[in-house]
Write a protein that binds this ligand. Structure first.
Ligand code: FAD
Length: 626
């Protein structure tokens, strides 16, 4: 076994172009060559920024660099001052014209591009923007009709601020279980919004404790004792002129949190709050003055599904928070690793941390994945801008939100550790990102729940397994077998097929109810979701390469593909897709690619074009101490 391994190491270190690789488009050839260190950083920047969003991102970068509110310190502020600063930053953004409340419907590239840039700086700002623009604005825009357009003008300049009240103390993921009621009163032509139990109080409502003028409330629409299910209503929380809290509204602070302490999350109790009939967001369903309920759908569950559908835009937008945090943190850790010296061949010749194989491995792999996730999100954003959305859009927005946020939390931890003790200092920023991004795994749909939505979509496709193309990668020349995009694609495709068949079988073998059968299979559903997302992110990267072969994308794609395989290596080997020989070579190939990418890591992070005030004061993370 060890003899074999040494042979493999020798082979993969040889730079030769093997003959048995399917190299029709020639891109794989690059993988056998060193990366040209003189590549065009501007080209890479445009690729990562996207042609559609590039000008909006540049304008936002300039704004962040120059606006005085983005030069103020936020580290260590108490909650009150932090919330005030974030509010002022959001007002400055709203007044700058960089984004508009209607963007999520009419110019998604502008909105998403700006949010990504603000998340270079801090996730509080983009969370506060997200609550107002995508959640409040999204419900108005996608669930409302012309009678709700009156909210747009003032909300656009943040003269009035909106929040989004869906979650209750008793119900988070299971939105259909919420208890808040909206009884229709025919006499006064009003809805009465009420929290009937302690567990029905809205909780975690971002922006509600201090700043929001309005909220969209999700509540059970009830007419003459008949519950028509969950609908959305606009409810004023505060007087738009005086700011005083409206009658029947009680708001408490959710208190100090693990992160995002610049956001004023609140707990809201409604006591018989009367709102006009017109405040029902009536795109799909309406109630006439005399209390007749009409819906475009014949069942409450279909109406519910339509009511929830607009939040896919928010899920895509939220990945921008992960993207910015990961790119800034990776940049900090990589710059630090180029400067910080520890150990060396002699006591007088200490070398930068970046020369350590472990440092290269832990930083280059997430660097590659961040870029490839970003390319995939560009694709999703383009899909979201189409007049007719693809059937896959909901599942894929859910899937990328889950895999990107899980990945981001891990990557930020890696960046923190890669900077040693200095990574722990709040002034050096990574700690702040780490705490703030943690919650992305939970809000706007808990990741485990979202992965099930993706799995259910895949189960519904009735896709036939492509067993005819099943491959077994075996042989002495692992490099040739693996540096082949068709082979990698086939590995990912087959894994998805097997995972799908396995999930179907677990469910169909179950003698229990449909609910329990699926419940018992959730871990497999999550694995299927991962298999699918890995495949489509990889496929999108290869498609991008074919049209825009920007350096060093080919190396990044292969590095991430091999890391993905390594993450599930036992599975690939035990399912006879990769031989033990080939499997043993993978960590070495990864290390080679990490070392290659390290050579251009400074150029790659330069392509992110992160404004300096988004980073720590000193690149070595210590100069500010003297
Ligand atoms: C900082 C912050 C800001 C927020 N902002 C807002 C806001 O502005 N407006 C708003 O309406 N809400 C907001 N939320 C609420 C957020 O959307 C919910 O926390 C989220 O939907 C999860 O609900 P939950 O907390 O009740 O967890 P639960 O649903 O109770 O989940 C707890 C655990 O059980 C697991 N679980 C639950 N159901 C399933 C299932 N079917 N299958 C497998 N596992 C499951 C989950 O994975 C999770 O690990 C915010 C939350 C936080 C923390």
């Amino acid at each position: 076994m060890y003899k074999n391994r040494i042979e493999i190491i020798k082979k993969h270190l040889e730079v030769n172009i093997p003959t048995n690789v399917n190299n029709k488009n020639g891109i794989e050839n690059e993988l056998f060559n060193p990366i040209d260190t003189n590549f065009n950083v501007g080209e890479l920047k445009l690729l990562i920024d996207s042609v559609e969003a590039s000008k909006y991102k540049d304008a936002t970068r300039e704004f962040i660099k120059n606006h005085p509110k983005f030069k103020e310190n936020f580290i260590g502020l108490n909650m009150e001052s932090y919330r005030q600063l974030v509010l002022e930053q959001c007002v400055a953004i709203a007044n700058s014209g960089l984004i508009h409340l209607t963007d999520i419907k009419n110019n998604l590239h502008r909105y998403a591009g700006a949010v990504e840039m603000f998340s270079y700086y801090n996730n509080n700002v983009c969370t506060k923007l997200g609550v107002h623009y995508t959640l409040f604005g999204g419900t108005i825009m996608f669930l409302g009709t012309s009678r709700h357009e009156k909210y747009i003008e003032d909300a656009n300049t943040l003269k009035t601020m909106g929040c989004f009240a869906m979650t209750e103390i008793g119900h988070g993921s299971n939105v259909r279980g919420i208890e808040t009621t909206a009884h229709y009163d025919k006499q006064t032509k009003e809805f009465i919004i009420h929290s009937p139990t302690p567990t029905s109080e809205k909780f975690w409502i971002g922006g509600s404790y201090l700043h929001a003028t309005y909220t969209t409330v999700f509540a059970n629409l009830i007419i003459d004792g008949t519950n028509h299910g969950v609908h959305a209503f606009v409810v004023p929380l505060r007087c738009a002129k005086s700011g005083s809290i409206m009658n029947g509204i009680h708001i408490k602070d959710c208190g100090h949190k693990l992160g995002l302490n610049g956001i004023d999350n609140g707990q809201i109790r409604f006591t018989q709050v009367r709102i006009p009939r017109e405040n029902l967001l009536n795109k799909y369903s309406d109630v006439s003055e005399d209390g007749i309920y009409k819906s475009q759908f014949n069942t409450p569950i279909k109406n519910f599904a339509a009511t929830m559908a607009p939040f896919i835009v928010g899920r895509m937008a939220i990945t921008k928070g992960c993207s910015g945090a990961a790119k800034t943190s990776l940049s900090i850790a990589i710059e630090f690793s180029h400067l910080r010296k520890q150990f060396g061949p002699t006591p007088n010749n200490e070398l930068p941390l970046i020369t350590l194989s472990s440092q290269q491995r832990r930083l280059m792999a997430p660097l590659a994945r961040t870029i490839l996730f970003d390319l995939y999100i560009q694709r999703l954003t383009n899909e979201l801008c189409q007049p007719k959305l693809p059937a896959s859009i909901h599942a894929h927005c859910s899937g990328i939100k889950a895999v990107y946020s899980w990945f981001c939390v891990g990557a930020l931890q890696t960046c923190r550790e890669a900077c040693g003790g200095q990574g722990y200092r709040s002034a050096n920023r990574i700690a702040e990102f780490k705490n703030d991004c943690d919650i992305v795994c939970t809000y706007e749909g808990d990741n485990t729940v979202l992965m099930q939505q993706l799995a259910k979509y895949l189960l519904g496709l009735k896709k036939k397994p492509t067993t005819a193309n099943r491959i077994y990668l075996d042989g002495d020349d692992a490099k040739s077998l693996l540096f082949n995009f068709a082979n990698i694609h086939q590995l990912f495709e087959t894994r998805e097929d097997i995972r799908l068949a396995e999930l179907k079988q677990i469910i169909s073998n179950s003698k229990e109810s449909a609910y329990s059968a699926f419940n018992n299979a959730i871990p497999w559903a999550v694995k299927l979701g991962f298999a699918h997302m890995t495949k489509i992110v990889f496929q999108n990267s290869v498609d991008t390469l074919k049209t825009k072969n920007v350096k060093p994308l080919a190396h990044l794609v292969m590095l991430d593909a091999l890391v993905s395989i390594e993450e599930d290596l036992g599975w690939f080997v035990s399912n006879h897709l990769i031989s033990p020989n080939v499997a043993q070579a993978i960590p070495f190939l990864i290390q080679d690619l990490c070392s290659e990418v390290t050579k251009v890591s400074k150029q790659i992070i330069a392509s992110f074009d992160i404004p300096e005030n988004c980073k720590p004061e000193s690149k070595d993370l210590i100069s500010d101490l003297f």
